[in-house]
Design a protein around this ligand. Sequence first.
Ligand code: AMP
Length: 282
Amino acid sequence: MPKLLRTISEVSDFTSLYHLVNRRIGLIPTMGALHEGHLELGRKARKECDCVIYSIFVNPIQFGKGEDLERYPRDMKGDMEKLDSVGADAVFAPETAIMYGKDHSTFVDTGRIGRILCGRTRKNHFRGVATVVLKLFNITGCDQAYFGKKDYQQFVILKKMVRELDLPHEIIGIDTIRDPDGLAMSSRNSYLSDSQRKSAVSIYRALSKAKGNLLKYKDKSDLIRDTRSVIEKEKSAEIEYLEIRNADDLSKIKSLKTGKKFVLMTAVKIGGTRLIDNIELN
Ligand code: AMP
């Protein structure tokens, strides 16, 4: 079993020897309720690092009012067993009070890029993500950290943070892991009823259809309209946004023909459950 670390000094004690002899530490930040997507990050880290540390922390400062902080799924025992199977060395699972004192007031401001797309409805979400990730970088002193491109905006924002704050850590992204029917794996999929789960498959169906038909479109608004209509065939689906952005910096694109890498990104509510997904268009 991986070693369970509850405090910052336990993490320091655990990592000190690795630091002393210059061994590579890989970090995988998560909120737990782990699935294959999370485990795939660890398998990659296992190949590349001497020490693999997962963090499991449902980070309150990245949740807004009325979001699912209280009911977010938690399964520490199951998570530890899964992490044993990928050969993780340690799990840092702190209580909230360890991470944030009562008067905590220092945050990473992610700027405009944190206010577009998901940031439009989830105010302060990326501020909370960047703050906890920077803390986890400092606590573990990791050399590299692994993130899923399923959370594409988060991935781009964290890379920008590392670049702009001159952090020594390397951000490594992995492709989205999906269920056999295409639905992107997510801890929040457990909120879906059977019929909602079936409707949710329309998200990936729509994104892959858009990618397959990309060359047929001259105008990006036609592509967006047709993609929306695939999702909207499902009565329970409500699109929060569906946008094509520049894959490197998430800036808006004028046309589909610039030869750059694009990413088609969406957030869709199925019933009350908010799901995100994206597909890279080259
Ligand atoms: P979370 O526990 O949802 O905060 O996710 C922790 C990490 O796992 C993040 O870097 C996510 O992007 C990544 N992740 C979550 N779901 C997937 C997935 N289906 N495929 C790949 N990575 C994922």
